[in-house]
Structures are given as C-alpha cells and as structure tokens.
Design a protein around this ligand. Structure first.
Ligand code: SF4
Length: 109
C-alpha cells in the first residue's frame, strides 16, 4: 500500500512529468473530439494518445459520432469508419462527401 504521509510527498507526486502528461491536453486538441458539440463538458475516461506530429487521437472509438449526431444504438448510427473518418496513430482524415451524403439520408438536409 502506498500511503502518503505528508504534503511534501503529494507535491513530489504531482510534480512528476508523467503525472502532468495530460494536464494540458484538452478536447480541442484531440481529433474527432475537437469537432464534437459535447467537447466542453465531456467526461471521457479514455486516455488520449500522441502522434509524432503533436496531434492527439483515441485508440478506442467513442460511442457518440459527432459527424452525424448519433449515439451507438440509435437508429441510423454509423461508426466513424462507415462515415469515412479515420483517426489513428498514422493520422486523421475525413471524407466530407460521404458524411454529407449520410447526413442527407439521416436528417434530410
Ligand atoms: S462525446 Fe465522444 S466524441 Fe464527443 S467530446 Fe466526448 S469523447 Fe469526444
């Protein structure tokens, strides 16, 4: 068991670089999330992964797809891949035409 005996031990933990790694990583810096309407209040517990290009991504897909405003399980839901959105260690790309076609089908616009 790792008991913290005094405030100095807590300060030492908090000052460690590995503890601070994610302090400055906001949803606005993470691909997919940066375009989601829930990004300012989202309580996501996934750990973001950095790319060499100093951009960020998630390895596991969120159950919400912000490109079509649908949650997994909702009628009409599609995965990111089905929408032509790729976000992984290699990079980030969006097929805007495919998303537009899906939104027309789902929402009639
Ligand atoms: S709901 Fe999902 S896509 Fe939207 S900000 Fe939260 S984790 Fe990202």
């Amino acid at each position: 068991m790792n008991d913290i005996r005094d405030g100095q031990e807590m300060i030492a933990i908090v000052e460690r670089p590995e503890f601070q790694t994610y302090w400055r990583v906001s949803k606005e810096m993470i691909d997919v999330c940066k375009e989601c309407e829930f990004r300012f209040m989202c309580m996501d517990n996934r750990i973001p992964q950095p790319r060499a290009s100093e951009t960020w991504f998630h390895e596991k897909e969120c159950p919400y797809n912000p490109y079509i405003c649908k949650w997994k399980g909702e009628e009409g839901y599609r995965t990111l891949a089905e929408c032509g959105v790729v976000s992984n260690a290699e990079g980030f790309s969006i097929d805007h035409e495919r998303i537009a076609a899906i939104n027309t089908e789902l929402w009639g616009e």
